[in-house]
Design a protein around this ligand. Structure first.
Ligand SMILES: NC(=O)c1ccc[n+]([C@@H]2O[C@H](COP(=O)([O-])OP(=O)(O)OC[C@H]3O[C@@H](n4cnc5c(N)ncnc54)[C@H](O)[C@@H]3O)[C@@H](O)[C@H]2O)c1
Length: 289
């Protein structure tokens, strides 16, 4: 498969990352199948994509025609089999090893054998996902940043058996989508989360120990280190469940106690306060459509 042969892109999972990736692919002119197990989530994803494109058009980041074209390029479905017409599939479902392994087995059966299966996973080994299929050379990590329409970086992560051709195609596709790819070896957290998550975790430990209020921790990190967003607000944006899942994998796989998730993080996740998407995390948010 080469870049010119890729016309239809399948996205599995229409949460905050999947819907954003679908928007990016559709804006670049690709025909997109966006699949999810939840119809309600698919509706929410479509209305979120429309809102986001309207906002980008009003800021002249995209033209009105591009925004209208992008919406038309996206079809949604609950059936995985609909992705059989795609040449490149990007998985962005919940960060659960069991769910992703089962999905890669299903995708392997649903998609023709030459199709590349990429995963947006933040921490699950690509080698394991590849081994769940009959096409390990065509399975690769393609890790977008949140929110995908705004963030320029894509980490391309080959597993043990990923072919050089698959990595090269994934890098080329990222560039075609207007992103800047970096390549890294397969280790939990890749580059960005390996460095970012310990900082977020430390901010949660600091909050738990009463070092300062959430607001002041974020204010200190924003003004003291010139970050656009404080670590607790960023954790809410990423999703506290996603942060916990990434830290758990880093803790388990790297085995260093410095990655131990803060008990307060676990408590928030147990309570269902997982950040912006649930309306409450370290901060409270107005409900979204
Ligand atoms: N949130 C972030 O900041 C971020 C950044 C980079 C990468 N990621 C990764 O992207 C992936 C998705 O994260 P998210 O934040 O979008 O999660 P999310 O919870 O917002 O969305 C997950 C979606 O997957 C759907 N889903 C679950 N099981 C499914 C299945 N078997 N088939 C089809 N759909 C299924 C759910 O219905 C939901 O809509 C995770 O692997 C995460 O690690 C997240």
């Amino acid at each position: 498969m080469n870049l010119e042969q890729v016309r239809n892109i399948g996205i599995v999972g229409s949460g905050q990352m999947g819907s954003g990736i679908a928007q990016v692919c559709a804006t670049a002119g690709y025909s997109v199948w966006l699949q999810d197990v939840s119809t309600r989530q698919l509706e929410k994803a479509l209305s979120g994509i429309r809102r986001s494109l309207e906002r980008l058009a009003s800021k002249k980041v995209v033209t009105d025609d591009q925004a209208a074209g992008a919406v038309k390029n996206i079809r949604v479905t609950e059936k995985l089999e609909d992705l059989a017409s795609c040449q490149f599939v990007i998985e962005a479902i919940t960060e659960s090893p069991e769910a992703k392994l089962a999905l890669f087995r299903d995708l392997d059966h649903a998609c023709p054998p030459e199709v590349v299966l990429a995963s947006n996973t933040s921490s699950i080994p690509i080698t394991k996902l590849g081994a769940a299929t009959r096409r390990p050379p065509l399975v690769v990590g393609m890790h977008f940043m949140n929110p995908p329409p705004l963030m320029k970086l894509v980490e391309v992560v080959p597993g043990l058996d990923t072919s050089d051709q698959t990595s090269a195609l994934t890098r080329a596709l990222a560039e075609k989508l207007g992103k800047t790819p970096v390549c890294c070896v397969e280790q939990p957290g890749f580059i960005v989360n390996r460095i970012l998550l310990p900082m977020i975790n430390e901010a949660i430990y600091a909050l738990q120990e009463g070092l300062a209020s959430a607001d002041d921790i974020d204010k200190a990190m924003k003004l003291g280190t010139n970050q656009p967003m404080g670590p607790l607000a960023l954790a809410d944006l990423i999703g506290l469940d996603v942060c916990l899942a990434i830290l758990e994998v880093m803790h388990r796989e790297i085995g260093d106690p410095k990655y131990r998730p803060a008990p307060l993080l676990r408590k928030y996740v147990d309570a269902g306060h997982v950040g912006r998407k649930s309306g409450r995390g370290f901060y409270r948010y107005a409900a979204q459509g």
